[in-house]
Design a protein around this ligand. Structure first.
Ligand SMILES: NC(=O)c1ccc[n+]([C@@H]2O[C@H](COP(=O)([O-])OP(=O)(O)OC[C@H]3O[C@@H](n4cnc5c(N)ncnc54)[C@H](OP(=O)(O)O)[C@@H]3O)[C@@H](O)[C@H]2O)c1
Length: 340
């Protein structure tokens, strides 16, 4: 193992703003505290929450300035803090340990990470591929497996089936035995959703009653996973698409939406907010994240689940461009950043 330097390259945000808010910085390499490991970061990926923290739209979720952003990472353990038993120096790991208030992020050559949040990197995936998975996989797992409890034969609707969360959601819903319906805005994105396991893919601009009739004979979907993230704007269409006693799970439910359909159809309505264990120091929640990622790694190594990477390739110094790409909405799958 090469010696750990005293300083490292990083990209930091001192003031919220557009993607050019990033600036290069030289920071001290952190020392891993008890229950932490020091990871030499090989890759990270961009999640919408990273762009919202950078822009100031979710400033309250971000680390103090100069802020090292980005939760997702894949890399190699180079030092182990007291009390860490699951990892040794040299282990390849992946996870979403930080980049939010009270933690440090992955846009740096090294990151000190709570070992509980990490898992062993799947051998079948490259560092970039592994870095694409943590935040979206934990979210999709919590939404579809833990909360909605997809069962074989369930009619499942995944909104945003080619997006970060949605493309893992499509794969997990299919693995659980659901009949998977995915929405996407373009023919290319719908083809991708079908390639990764959706039985049906259609344009989300269609009328809800129309697609509920076509794909469920008017009964509605047993499970609706709403990964749209337009505040509450898509909640009412998602509730409308659900069957009597259906389960609806959203990744963003801020704002106002009528819950009339929750009452009249006896729906369960749930929100996943995967940052809670990071923001609130919830150790049990962090352990769960590590466990979910170990299971996701097993699925990846068995060839049952894989990330789709956007057709772009950014270095740490190009992080502004990577954020622009995600914010353009033109990306397909995950936008990743090489740190090595
Ligand atoms: N609460 C949590 O724990 C959590 C975790 C992860 C993500 N999120 C939030 O969830 C949202 C999605 O994250 P992501 O990583 O999946 O982002 P992403 O990769 O940008 O994907 C967004 C997806 O939403 C789709 N979409 C946009 N408008 C839609 C509509 N009206 N109906 C159906 N689908 C629509 C897009 O489809 P097209 O590309 O075809 O337009 C795209 O597939 C973000 O707001 C993010 O902050 C929350």
């Amino acid at each position: 193992m090469p010696e750990i330097p005293e300083t490292m390259d990083a990209q930091v945000v001192r003031e919220h703003g557009d993607p050019d808010a990033f600036e290069p910085a030289t920071l001290d390499v952190p020392e891993p505290e008890a229950n932490e490991v020091l990871v030499e970061v090989a890759a990270t990926s961009v999640n919408p929450v990273d762009t919202k923290i950078r822009s100031g739209a979710a400033a309250d979720l971000g680390p103090d300035a100069p802020a090292v952003l980005h939760g997702d990472l894949a890399g190699t353990v180079v030092a182990v803090g007291a009390g860490v038993e699951r990892f040794d120096v040299g282990d390849e790991v992946y996870g979403c340990p930080g980049g939010v208030a009270g933690t440090t992020g992955a846009l740096a050559e090294y990151a000190a990470a709570d070992a509980a949040t990490l898992a062993h990197k799947p051998d079948a995936l490259s560092m970039r591929e592994a870095a694409a998975l943590p935040l979206v996989s934990i979210t999709a797992w919590d939404g579809l497996v833990t909360r909605a409890g997809v069962e074989p034969g369930d009619d499942v609707l995944v909104h945003g089936g080619s997006g970060g969360v949605g493309h893992v959601g499509v794969q997990l819903a299919a693995l659980e035995g659901g009949v998977v319906h995915a929405t996407a805005s373009t023919a290319e994105k719908r083809a991708l959703a079908r390639d990764i396991g959706a039985d049906v893919a259609f344009d989300y601009h269609r009328d809800v009653a129309d697609y509920v009739e076509e794909y469920t004979g008017g009964d509605g979907f047993d499970v609706v996973f709403d990964t749209v993230g337009a505040g509450a704007d898509n909640i009412e269409p998602s509730l409308e698409a659900a069957a009597l006693k259906g389960r609806v799970v959203a990744t963003v439910s801020r704002g106002e939406a009528s819950l009339d359909a929750v009452h009249s159809k006896g729906l369960s309505f749930d929100t996943v907010f995967m940052l809670i264990p990071l923001l609130h120091g919830d150790h049990a929640g962090r352990v769960r994240h590590g466990e979910i990622l170990e299971r996701v790694a097993s699925l990846a190594d068995a060839g049952k689940l894989a990330p789709v990477l956007d057709d772009t390739d950014y270095a740490l110094s190009d992080v502004s461009e990577a954020h622009r790409r995600l914010e353009s909405g033109e990306h397909v799958g995950k936008v990743t950043v090489r740190v090595e």
